[in-house]
Design a binder for this molecule. Structure first.
Ligand code: NAD
Length: 345
């Protein structure tokens, strides 16, 4: 397939680009290269004849029409977004423009292209979203695809809006869409302001590891390469107009996750003291959702997909990658905002 992947220079998008090319798909990576986008993330495949890059902004409809006309994709995987909850609290405007208006532009550009092609049934618009649209859980229960939306941060509200637009374009115009809502990703090439890399990099630099509240917020942790595999599975086998939740089947509280990272680092790069001693508890984020958990039944039973690693295995791979790739993360530590946010997704 020829895939138009938006946000392909970001954390998850680049994992999808790398995996899709390794499986023989042709990829057009459409990315504006904001602070979060880095072409180094796709360096392993950049020389492939299957790889093309278009620097374009999804807030600009004319750019999108040009890319569709030039490349005639078989499918769109839409990942470009402002993705960091803490940034959405500081400045929600960018989230509305990129996540809501940008998705609207992508839908309209895709619809115009699809109509122009004679409305092929096998065209797909795959919208990639988050479990944060469902709000927050108590100690029990899980998010299913039927859970009512209840977003609580500017980020999750902007993603919920984009999900509604995608469903509406399917119902109203017949655009062949699929949607996925995934849990917290972690893995290689994760921007250093996010929780897992932040903990690794603070620890090995001997800096405090700040934890919101008591660290009791629970997330389901999904290894990014498993997520990329699930996304290609849904694109190829998912039913039209349907949503699929994607989880790692690995629920951990933030403090459990951080302690696991510290223990793994104690083995891999021992310091003078256990890294856990660097943990400090700080005032909680406003509106911090208590717990997210994914019920993976639909993707498991309908599409036969399950994650391949436990969170301990995935964290070990992630830590090995950060220890071996300082030249990737070191320059990012100076980028705007990286040192000032705690990174909890
Ligand atoms: P990221 O911030 O690492 O990457 C986003 C990419 O989009 C960057 O390459 C950036 O340059 C690009 N981009 C941003 N604004 C753009 C614009 N206006 N035009 C074109 N490109 C633009 O994000 P990520 O963590 O890889 O997340 C990818 C998608 O997955 C997002 O839609 C996000 O909401 C969703 N998601 C992420 C997680 C997670 O844990 N990271 C969880 C659930 C869902």
């Amino acid at each position: 397939m020829k895939l138009l992947i938006t946000g392909g220079a970001g954390f998850i998008g680049s994992a999808v680009v790398r995996l899709a090319i390794s499986r023989g798909h042709e990829v057009i990576n459409l990315d504006a290269l904001t602070y979060a986008g880095r072409l180094e993330n796709v360096a392993p495949v950049a020389d492939s004849p299957l790889y093309h890059f278009e620097q374009a902004d999804i807030r600009n409809r004319a750019d999108l029409d040009r890319v569709f006309a030039k490349h005639s994709p078989d499918a769109v995987m839409h990942l470009a977004a402002e993705s960091h909850v803490d940034r959405s609290i500081d400045g929600p405007g960018d989230f509305i423009e990129t996540n809501v208006t940008g998705t609207y532009n992508m839908l309209e550009a895709a619809r115009s292209y699809w109509v122009g092609q004679g409305r092929p049934d096998d065209f797909r618009f795959h919208h990639i979203s988050t479990d944060e649209v469902y709000g927050s859980l108590g100690e029990d229960g899980m998010f299913t695809e039927e859970t009512p939306y209840d977003p609580r941060s500017p980020y999750s509200a902007s993603k919920a809006s984009s999900d509604h637009l995608v469903r509406a374009w399917h119902e109203t115009y017949g655009l062949p869409v699929v949607l996925t809502n995934c849990s917290n990703n972690y893995g290689p090439y994760h921007f250093p302001e996010k929780l897992v890399p932040k903990v690794i990099l603070n620890a090995i630099s001997g800096k405090e590891i700040p934890v919101y509240g008591q660290g009791l917020n629970v997330r389901d942790w999904l290894y990014v390469e498993d997520h990329a595999d699930a996304l290609l599975c849904v694109l190829e086998k998912g039913k039209l107009g349907r949503s699929y939740n994607i989880g790692g089947e690995n629920e951990r509280s933030n403090i459990e996750l951080i302690e696991t990272i510290c223990r793994l680092l104690d083995q891999k790069r021992p310091g003078s003291e256990p890294y856990e001693k660097l943990i400090t508890f700080v005032t909680d984020r406003p509106g911090h959702d208590a717990r997210y958990a994914i019920d993976p039944d639909r993707i498991r039973t309908e599409l036969g997909w399950r994650p391949s690693v436990t969170v301990e295995e995935g964290l070990e791979r992630t830590i090995d990658w950060y220890l071996a790739n300082e030249d990737w993360w070191r320059p990012l530590l100076d980028r705007e905002g990286v040192g000032t946010r705690l990174g909890h997704g």
